[in-house]
Design a protein around this ligand. Structure first.
Ligand code: SAM
Ligand code: SF4
Ligand code: SF4
Length: 387
């Protein structure tokens, strides 16, 4: 019998009202939440649709032909997204990641990238503009995205074996097309830093214990020395539909141990505060990190919660602000945005107020007091809120 949890309530339908606080909160760049965490990273979901049916994210049984996606009129348009993004940047955001669903399915996404790329930060530091994609349309779009001003991309790829990959995306999509997309991104110069070094092109692999464990070493062999950083992600209990069980999670520590059997690795320092991945470098024969071989990352959202440094906000496709991947409700910014009388200072004030109240730390609670964490039936889906 299937163990899937089918949500009884569509969490997308309930929202929290974004209020204008009595005392205005200016966007000074110094915002911090109830636990002292700054606002640095904004993930913007541009569509809730996807052409894959990864069983850990959009299982076919739920996301079938009868599933009701958001109607087009509910989606924020590009001008609305850009207006909000500018306000978030004024509040301190320095990294914007476009996601979904599959972001490359959103028509004319290059136009949004162009608009976002023009945003200036108050202190003149460049905005890090990136995108997470399943790679299926990347071969076609890498160059136009780069030309529009996208800095880098992260491509999700769960294995190199064609049969394993086709089974995991569950739409029989071949691995060769994703590899072509990654090559096109590299050729287009996505992920090149200011010094012309390829530091920003990443591949994310979700590891499920019995599904793609045997792909860990082939993936490491393939990307080692390529300049592309491979990151292993623990399978998370996000959403309500994937039938998550702890037993399916392969802890990152086991991934590292498995890799060490073939490749000596050395722990590296985090490259930025609030970084989700722990970094490991491939070592040379004398046990030192060899930059020419590159690095890998592990994202241990289940076994080592990193809520303490979580500086990420998420803007859903229809303009709700979520403060945690595991939140049950988001704050409705769209209503405020579409009221003709609301000005940017008021929007900034409303966002500031929401962030100041934030005390989310789901993963830490899951580890210490599971009964206080959001129950599965009330969590929103990752394809809706954006990964
Ligand atoms: N469709 C795009 C993609 O797959 O890259 C972007 C959206 S997807 C929701 C963002 C990321 O979330 C992907 O890297 C995906 O593998 C990851 N993801 C989805 N469900 C997950 C889960 N249950 N546990 C861990 N990672 C998950
Ligand atoms: Fe689609 Fe990405 Fe979810 Fe896979 S992980 S179903 S590609 S949104
Ligand atoms: Fe951030 Fe929520 Fe994840 Fe904790 S559980 S790291 S607060 S998104």
């Amino acid at each position: 019998m299937s163990e899937r949890v089918i949500p009884l309530v569509d969490q997308r339908l309930s929202a929290l009202t974004a209020l204008l606080p009595a005392h205005p909160i200016a966007a000074s760049g110094l915002l911090s939440d109830g636990l002292g965490r700054p606002l640095h990273d904004l993930r913007i979901s541009v569509t809730d649709r996807c052409n894959f049916r990864c069983n850990y994210c959009m299982p076919k049984e739920v996301f079938d032909k009868d599933y009701r996606y958001l109607p087009h009129g509910d989606l924020l348009n590009f001008e609305e997204i850009t207006r909000l993004a500018k306000i978030f940047v004024a509040h301190g955001v320095r990294k914007i990641r476009l996601t979904g669903g599959e972001p490359l399915l959103r028509k004319n996404l290059e136009i949004l990238v162009e608009l976002l790329a023009t945003i200036q930060t108050p202190d003149g530091t460049p905005l890090d503009l990136t995108l997470t994609t399943n790679g299926s349309l990347l071969a076609r779009k890498a160059k136009s995205l780069k030309d529009a001003g996208l800095n880098r991309v992260t491509v999700s790829l769960d294995g190199l074996d064609d049969a394993v990959f086709r089974a995991m995306n569950d739409v029989d999509f071949p691995v060769s097309d994703v590899l072509e997309g990654i090559a096109a991104a590299k050729d287009a110069g996505l992920g090149l830093d200011a010094n012309g070094q390829l530091t920003g092109l990443k591949v994310n692999m979700v590891v499920k214990r019995r599904t793609n464990f045997d792909q860990i070493l082939p993936m490491a062999r393939h990307f080692r020395g390529s300049g592309i950083t491979l990151r292993f992600i623990e399978y998370m209990d996000v959403g309500a539909t994937n039938g998550w069980r702890m037993d399916d999670v392969l802890p990152s520590a086991d991934v590292i141990q498995h890799l060490q059997q073939e490749f000596p690795l050395v722990a590296l320092d985090p490259s930025a505060p609030g970084e989700t991945a722990q970094r490991w470098g491939y070592a040379n024969a004398s046990g030192q990190f060899d930059p020419s071989l590159g690095e890998i990352g592990v994202i241990s959202s289940v076994t080592q919660a990193f809520c303490r440094d979580c500086n990420r906000a998420r803007l859903s496709t229809e303009g709700k602000l979520y403060l945690c991947l595991f939140a049950s409700r988001g704050y409705d910014l769209r209503t405020l945005l579409r009221q003709s009388q609301t000005n940017d200072a008021e929007l900034a004030s409303a966002i500031g107020h929401i962030w100041q109240q934030r005390d989310d730390r789901y993963s830490e609670l899951r580890a210490s007091q599971p009964s206080n964490a959001t129950p599965a039936s009330r969590r929103v889906e990752m394809s809706y809120i954006g990964g």
